[in-house]
Write a protein of this length. Structure first.
Lengths: 138, 138
DNA sequence: ACAGGAAGCGCAATGGTATTGCAAACTAGT
DNA sequence: ACTAGTTTGCAATACCATTGCGCTTCCTGT
C-alpha cells in the first residue's frame, strides 16, 4: 500500500515524508482535479501552507499539474506517466462542470493546433471547456 | 467625439454617465485587454469600485467581455459588434504574452470544435494561448 | 416647480487565494 | 548520537473580487 505510494514519490525524486504520502494518497483517490481547499478539508487537520507546498513540490517534480479553470482556485490533478520535472506534457483539455463545479481532465483529447498570426510564438495552451458533465447531465 | 462614445453606450442600453464615458473612452484606446488595476491607473484618480462596477455593467450589457488569462486578474476587452446583453459571442482565442504580460484577442481564430466524451455538454470554451507576441518576439 | 424614487458613486469592509519569512521539528548520512 | 539540510507549522502579507451603505444626482410624474 504505502510502499506503492512511496515508490511513486521516490521515482520522481521527492522525499517521501509522512505529509506527502498522505497528500499523494488523497490525490490518487480523486476522480477529478481538486483545489488546495478541497485537499485541506479532506486531510483535516492539516496546515494549509504545508499542503500548498507539497502540491508545489509535486508540480515542480512532474507528479501533478495545475489547472486554472476560472473558478478562482487553482486545481491540481495527477499527471500521466510521461511528465517530467519542469517539463509538463499536460496539453490536454480540461472540463469544468457548471453544475457540480468539478474539474476533470480529458487526456484523450489533445489540444488542436491553433493558427496564430505572424510573429506570435506559442509556448503553452490552456483550454477549458465548461458545461455539464456526464454525471450531472440528467 | 464624446457623442460617438455616448451613442455606443445608449445603443447598449447603458446610461452614459461621465464615469462610463471615461471608461469606454479609455477602453477604446487600448490595443490589448486590460485589468481593473490597469484601468484604475489609467484613470487616476478614480475609485476602483466604481470602475469595477462600470466594467461589470458593460459586460452585462454586451459591450465588453472578460477574459481570465491566468494572470490572477480578470482582463476586459471590447466586444465585437455582434455581442448582445447576456449572450456573448466571444468564443475566440485569447493570447497572453509571457514577456510583456499583455493579453490580446485573436478574433479571427475561432475555437475549433472539441470532441467530448458521451454525456458531456459544452456550454462555453475558454482558450488561452500563451507565448511571445509579435512585439516581443525579436 | 416639487416630491419621490431610481440610479450611480465613493468609502469602508469582507472574504478568498496565493505566497513568503522564520523558527521549530524532523530526517538522513556519517 | 551529531550535524546539515529538509520539511513543517504558524504568522504575516499582498492581491483581487465583491458587497453594504449612505450620499448625491438625475429622472419622472404630478
Amino acid at each position: 500500500m504505502t510502499e506503492n505510494i512511496e515508490v511513486m514519490l521516490t521515482e520522481k525524486n521527492i522525499n517521501p515524508t509522512a505529509m506527502r504520502l498522505l497528500v499523494l494518497d488523497f490525490l490518487l483517490k480523486q476522480s477529478s482535479a481538486i483545489s488546495l481547499t478541497d485537499l485541506e478539508k479532506g486531510l483535516d487537520p492539516s496546515d494549509r501552507i504545508t499542503l500548498y507546498r507539497a502540491l508545489k513540490k509535486f508540480e515542480e517534480k512532474g507528479l501533478v499539474h495545475s489547472i486554472d479553470d476560472g473558478s478562482g482556485a487553482t486545481k491540481y490533478a495527477l499527471c500521466e506517466n510521461n511528465c517530467e520535472a519542469g517539463h509538463h506534457h499536460d496539453l490536454h483539455v480540461h472540463f469544468f462542470c457548471n453544475t457540480c463545479r468539478e474539474t476533470s481532465c480529458l487526456p484523450k483529447h489533445h489540444i488542436p493546433q491553433i493558427p496564430l498570426p505572424d510573429g506570435f510564438k506559442s509556448e503553452e495552451v490552456n483550454l477549458i471547456v465548461k458545461g455539464v458533465c456526464n454525471k450531472c447531465v440528467h
